[in-house]
Each structure stands twice: as structure tokens, then as C-alpha cells.
Design a protein around this ligand. Sequence first.
Ligand code: BGC
Length: 809
Amino acid sequence: MANSEPRRKDGTMIRATDLSLNEQISLLSGSDVWHTRDLPDHAVPAVMLSDGPHGLRKQDQAGDHLGVSGSNPATCFPTAVTLASSWDEELIAEVGRAVGNEARAEGVGVVLGPGLNIKRHPNCGRNFEYLSEDPLLSGRLAAAMVNGIQQTGVGACLKHFAVNNQEAHRLVVDVVVDDRTLHEIYLAGFEHAVRAARPWTVMAAYNSLNGTYCCDNHDLLTAILRDRWGFDGLVMSDWGATNDRVVGVHAGMDLEMPGSGGISDGDVAAAVASGELPRSDVATSAQRVLDLTQQAPGEQGSAADTVAHHLLCRRAAAESTVLLRNDGILPLDPDISIAVIGAFARAPRFQGFGSSLVNPTSVDSAWDAIRTRAATASYAPGYDPVTSARDDLLIREAVRTARRADVVVLLAGLPGVYESEGFDRSDMALPEQHNALITKVCAANPRTIVALSNGSPVAMPWVDAPAAIVESYLGGQASGSALADVLFGDVDPGGRLAETFPIDQTDVASDPYFPGEPHQVEYRENLLVGYRHFTTNDVPALFPFGYGLSYATFEWGPATADRTELAPGGNVTVSVPITNSGPRPGSDVVQLYVRDITGAVARPLRELRGFAKVHLAPGATQTVTISLDDRAFSYFDADSQRWRVPSGEFVLELAASSVDIRSTITVTVTGQVPGGDCGPVTVARSDQEFAELLGRPVPLPRPVRPFSRLTTVGELQESRVGRVLRMGLHRYTRGQFEQMAAGDSTMVTMLGRALDEMPLRGVALFAGGVIPWSALDALVDVLNGRPLAAGSRSAAAVVRGVSQRLFHR
Ligand code: BGC
């Protein structure tokens, strides 16, 4: 990471070995929610870390990791799901630079993003914060974001490493996944971003992976991340994710966040004293913290241009918009009367809840943006933007308004309470009120355009009714004007889906195994994530991965390759001329999928191995070239822990989506593994198949009893004493939550769920030293029906500590 020697802010050099053991240990935990510890005696400064990922959430006052307390105003850029739909690395790097500049201006040293966990299932509550279901796309776009942020002199943080693909039980769940799937699907994006963009930091995830918590996982954090991929930065924990600090330090988890008020320092000191933990492990991690303080900017940067950033936000949202359907109604002629229906037009839904919540510098509404352009405009809310409760009166009013207009723009989607960090959706449905509104309004006026605001795919039982469907996702603070820009044709909707829209969630291969048991989730779908399943098993999608319409018309010429025989380690470059044959400027995305027909190993039908975005003026032609190296043909061989290339034929498919193949070229590759007769990948449905895939017996989920430090607050429900404790906690915090959330019901729901999800060890860590391990362990004894007296004292300590510190530091 640091190319130069670490220096104090006065310019003199400092190494971990210049510090006492206690000083070194103190660097391994934060000082509070957002800062690394400073060492004033050595002139070592603190570094401020702030969320991320689509805008800055810098908290000057009370700090929290769930977006509860206020933060300084910052530009709220489009969320990851939106930006990813642009497939535009330059655009994403530009957004990264803007976020970095705002961080610099606020004196923040590291921005906690991007998040690039794979969208394993459409119902993951945090999908809006992630990029794609495909590792190549996720990795390349994350690398672009890291480059953009780091060009401003601020560090980025790849998160959440790794396999954090659900919110349910995220703090305690063990992900059981086979090694090949792990590397090919869940790690490949991180690997690319680490190698290509050299992020300063990586965040270890909450969950456990194949039996070991990510924060304790030497394989993940050292053998793979550092030794294999060459990562030379710092690993920090997700907030409150530390499991066993001593094991964690040895595993390469350098920095615990937030600080735990000395609890972990004591554990580490004792382990060094007893010889359990080598002192050199402490020095290594302390050195990485020192390196970070050296690398982080010393002074605050100049004020960021938030007006320019708002405009960037608007452009990025428009260029990321995915046009799903258009019978020719779009772009709109402004010389008409437009009925704008849907409360989101005035109360826009433009970001998700949780730690990524940005306090926007300003917010554009679609209603303002449309009415200032249209000849005549009328409005009806159609639903309550927060509850979306069933209300026929609102629907009747909307239908009347729709009938009187030439065209209807109907904004619908998911209210915030439906998707958030901290919990998953239970299904893909829009609120009933939204579905009824769309159906009735389309019947009243078939010239209806449905514009959606949502962070993840939704079911569309009415899909054929509207004249057009525009997927805006969660487009950030300028999403209202961006929508008008697209509707009136000022900007071509440049988005292509970075995820599959299933017709029904049961069409998704992981559906029977999502979110699994509270303590165990089994990735039995193997490599069949997203389009890999839909294309391999010929399952029709509502809208496939890679799909999106444009206002321009593109003609693809014949594809050529610079060679069709590849020697070991060889590259191939594929070219295809693209012409904009229509009267409007626009952009297209050339996707290059590879089909392995060697039969050496079981494979999905096709896998994305390259892409390029092209912007073309009317009549212009550009030859797009995409190069593939041997990684594009290789698979991860779990036995040798190596990427290996099969010998034989591969088909290169140039495509406009995962099901729209425009031309193919067959190449013959000489690799290390002979061809064979393996068929496509299959789901490991039976225990025996899954055990074969894993190469070991399927583990049994950790039982709720006996209770332990890993027992969650929700699981306290299982014992009489625990029930009382849990009820007390909820009762106490409810009032606090309501006060903090200032009447925001989504926030109250999220906090209540987050409390239930928290393991007792997390409660102790968050309580910042108020609850020592001894008190917690005594409480666990009580829960297990052992020593009562000590236990009840501890319970009191827990309640006291939690109420004081848990969500309000
Ligand atoms: C989230 C992280 C976030 C951290 C700090 C955690 O709850 O998982 O993504 O960076 O909080 O707010």
C-alpha cells in the first residue's frame, strides 16, 4: 500500500517497532465509531472513516452504523444498482472522484465503499447497495469506483469481504459454499478490484464462511487476499463484526471497528503475554494502521462543488436508466397534457435505508421537472409514499386524472420500508396498492408510462399493460430531473440490466436455499447464480441480464477475431463494428460471453467475460474491441487451488443481452486440462450431491441451545429469562428508536430488526467496555440454567450498558 515510509505528521518516520506493545495494540481498534486511534505522544494522527458508498455520510455528532443519527449534507449519487446499469466505467470513476472530493473536503480519510457482494437472490434487502449478479461486471465497476475515489487522495474500502449476500441473520450465519463457486462467483469480483485498483482497505464481512467468521478467517484475509492476490492494504472489520479478536489479529484482520472500549485490547494483550498470539502479528497489523495514517490526507481539502455534483448526479441517473419497454410513446412530445400519478413524484424514493443513508444537499422532484416541461400537467398521488396502504379513493382520483390527459407518467415502486439494510424482502411484489393503481390507470389510459423506483427486481403482473416501462432504480438526489430528461429524450436511457428480472422468485435457482436457517445458509445452486441459471436451464426471465432499450437504433456488423487458435497463455481480441442508424444519439453495450464446449468440467451455458460501452452520434460507426486473456476460459480447480484452462473449443458470443446473441466466433484453445464429456452445471439438491460438491459432509447448523456469546437478542426468546431480557431491551429501545427516527417508521422497523439480529458478543462490543466478557458469560450461564446470582448482576449490566451505548454513541 504505502510506497513511502510511514511518517508522523511532523515529517519524521515511524514504524510499529518504535511503539510499545500496548501502543501497538491500541492501534488495532478504533477510538470511537468513525476514527482510528491517534497516538499524540508519537504525533500519529487519527484517520476518519465514513460511509459510503454512493455519497458521504460523515457524522460530526452522534455516530452510528445504521444511518440513524444525522450526517453532514453531501451529494446523494445514484445507488450502486443504478450506477451498475450504466455499464460505464468512466462514468462510475467520475462519481467516485466526486465522492472522494467531498470526503476530502470533510477531512475524511477513507470512504467505506464500494460494496460488491453478488446479488444471489432478488430479495436481499441490501441489493440496492451492490452492483450485479455477475462477478466480472461487479469487479470492473468496483475497480472504476475505487480508482475514482483514490484519485482524490482518499482511500476506498471494498466491502463486504466476503459472501455477505443476505441481510437475514447476517451477523451469525455460516455460509456453506463449495470452493469453486466461492472463487468463480463470490470472490472473482473482489480479486479483480484488488488487483486492478489497489484499494487502500478491505472490510471483512459479518458472516462466517465455511465455519469460520470472516473476521477470523486466515484463509480469506491472508492466504487468498494478501498472499494470492497481492493486497497490501489494511483489513478492517464491518461494524461490530469482530468475533474472536485474538484469532482475528492472527488471521490478518488489522483494525476492529468501531472501538470496543478496551475489551479487545485486553484480549490481545493477554494472548501475547501467554504466547498464544505472536507479538509480530500485532506489529504487522499496527504497521498497516500506521501506513494508513501516512497515506490518508493530512489536511482537509477545499470545499467540493456540490452544484456540479448535483448535475453529475442527474447525468449519471439518466444514463443509468433502463428502458424496459417502449411501444414508441417515448420520448415524449412536450406539447401534450401529462398526468403525473404517484406520490413518489413529489416525495421521491431515491436511496435506500441503513448505513448508506446520505443527507442530500438538495432533492429534485419528478413532478417539478415534468410540469415545467409539459404544455399542461396534472397530479394525483395514487398512494401514500410511506405506507402505500390500500386506498381505493386515491385510485379512483388517479383514474379520473388519467382519463383527462393525453399521456400518463405513473411513478410506482417500493417504499423504503420494503427494502433496507438489516432485513430482506419476503417476496418480490410491489405493494398491492401500486399494482392495483397501475392496472386501473393503464385500463383508463393505455398511453401510460410506468416509471419504477426500487432497489431490486420486482414482479410485474401487469407487464403488458403500460405503453412504456422505465426502470429508474434508486437514482439519487437528482433522480426526478433525470427521469424528465429521459422521458423527453434529452438523454438516451443508456442503462442495461446488471441483474436478471425473474418472472417469479421461484424461478431463481437459490430460492429454496435463501435465506436458509438462522445459523446456516447452503449455496446449493452451485454456479447457477442469476443469468447463469436462466440461460443454462432455459428459464424465461421477465427481463434478462444485460437487457435495455435505447432511443437510437444500432446495427451490429460481423464480428472478427485476431486469431482462432490460442496457445497456452494466449490472448484473443474480438472486434465488432456498431453503427447508430437512427436519428438520435445513444449508447449501446457490447457484451462478450464465453461458452465452454470442451466438456472438461461442468459449466453454466455462458458467462460474461468482457464488455464495452459505446456512445454514438446519429450515423456514426465505431469498431468495438474486447480482449480476452486465458482467465476468460479458465475455471477454478479446487484440488490444486489454481485457475486452469481446458483444451478444446470455446464459442465467443457477442451479445446485446444474455439471451440476445448477435454473432459468434469459435476459437480453439490449448490449455492444461483435456476436454471431456461433462454437461452443464446442476443444482446440488440432495444432501449427497451437495456433499460431493463440497468435498465433505454437509455440516449441521449450529443449534440455538446451548446459548453462547453468539446467541442473538431475537433468540433470547427461547428461554424464560431471555424473554424477559429481550422484552426489556425492546421496550427500552423502542422509545429511543422512535425518538431517533423522528417518526420515520422504516427506520423504527429496521432498528427493531437490527436489535433482534445482534449476537450477544456484538452487544458487548458495541457497549464500548461497559459490559465485560465476564458479565456476558455469566449471563449466558443464566440463560443455560446455571449460576443465577452472578447472572442476574450481569443481566442488569447488559441492560444498563445497552441502553446507554448501543445505538447512541
Ligand atoms: C455496514 C457497513 C457500513 C458500516 C458502518 C455496517 O452496518 O454493514 O456497510 O460501512 O456499518 O456504517
